[in-house]
Design a binder for this molecule. Sequence first.
Ligand code: XUL
Length: 541
Amino acid sequence: MPIYLGFDSSTQSLTVIAIEVEGAGRRVLYEKSLRFDESFPAYGTKNGVLPHEDPLVARSSPQMWAEALDMLMGLFAKESGIDLSRIAAVSGSGQQHGSVYLNAAAADTLGSLDPSRPLVEQIRGIFSRQNSPIWMDSSTSEQCAEITEAVGGEGVLALLTGSRAFERFTGPQIRKYYDQDAVGYEETSRIHLVSSYMASLLAGKHAPIEPGDGAGMNLMDLARKRWAAAALQATAPDLDRKLPELRESSHDVGPLAPYWVKKYGFPPARVIAWTGDNPSSLIGVGLVRQGRMAISLGTSDTLFGFMAKPRIDPSGVGHVFGSPTGDFMSLICFKNGSLAREAIRREYAMSWAEFSKALDATAPGNSGGILLPWFEPEITPTVHEPGARRYELDPGDGPANVRAVIEAQMLSTSIHSQWMGVTIDTIHATGGASRNREILRVMADVHGASVYQFEVGNSACLGAALRAYHGDTVARGEKVPWETIVQGFAEPMAESRIDPIPSHVEMYGELKRVYSACESHATRGGDDPRPLIEAFRKRFG
Ligand code: XUL
């Protein structure tokens, strides 16, 4: 009976899940997380991000991620009680868009890791840049504009790569590095994504990038799944020589490096290419065919779905990425996810139980009180000046602000997903906050859709384990359909279903107009939304 391991290297933590597959019998055997702030305080991260005086800059430490991998592999070997020899394949997912810059010494170092010494000590010399820009960075507007102009406009870049230029995407980040440190850029021989970097540590050699995560770079030709020469040229010189190969999602990178085998007793299991956390989540919530959508409530909130053919967003807020099945996925991303919920919870000194109670005790629609929850600079819509904005909402009223933050997040996912052209009737909810059924009630009513929960909350990590399983079957020459791969693992719990309440759906239809007006007032100097709020109050109280 083979066992498969999936890792998720996210913004705030590293997690591992082990699954067992025997015919139709499937079980999650083990799950463990290490939070970066608590487990590695020496790096000084806050919520996984290094402190920086500019709120638009967000970086983290690739050495910390390597130290976490070493520790978690060690803990797994020691604590899980699992017979390691049964592990057939390992894969993973990484926070998307983040980049790791390695010098020419990296290949040799990765290929000769000494099991008697800690990993992090040995890789200190392989970085041409010590810190990694991550997806929370919004500091590359200038580079986005330059790249856009060089390729011939937003529409051209979006058609080519699946997205217009976004500040957090890897291409603009690479260009900024080249602009600010041309020598460091010159000394860089390989630029990895978080996903391909982590896979490289496991395989002891440079791993490829796969198209799911590659599509989050503004560098990949989405239709052909090849590097797009025009985008590379618009970004930085010699980039074609610095990027890893692009290989299919099921690619077998090679066996686990001798470091892991000798140090902890792992077998030389296959390392399957890692992908981004969102493509991985797509698998982890079972979206392997068109139809349903998923909302992930994590550090970022994302709404995504499977797409058979790429449909590009004319409004410019959305993305098309590759799906690990070889198809595509649509996605929108909100930076103010869990940290915004957490900011409100802290501001009103509530426990999470009190937060849920506040949601329960307040009326849907919040009497038209609106919060724009941009505690951090926001991605959707683009907001560079952080700070929450309130419309007809009393800042002294804790429960109303709790409702306002959740309603804002759900209204925003609904408003900004219109370009996908999908009528959403079923949502698969995942991520830490999807455990909270009061939040899911708002989700169901705003979207007018039935919402389901999953047994495993970390769908990115489960998706990684399922991709390890899939990659192993491909390598063995078996053709197992994706429906069979996800069966019994990535299935919503029938009893968790929350159906929308029709009167609430109608009310939220109106509140979406109010929320859009507030958003347009705050971001584009649109009309004062107060008369609309007044009208909403008259109708819905
Ligand atoms: C997606 C995005 C985030 C990160 C979070 O485009 O930026 O969801 O992947 O880890």
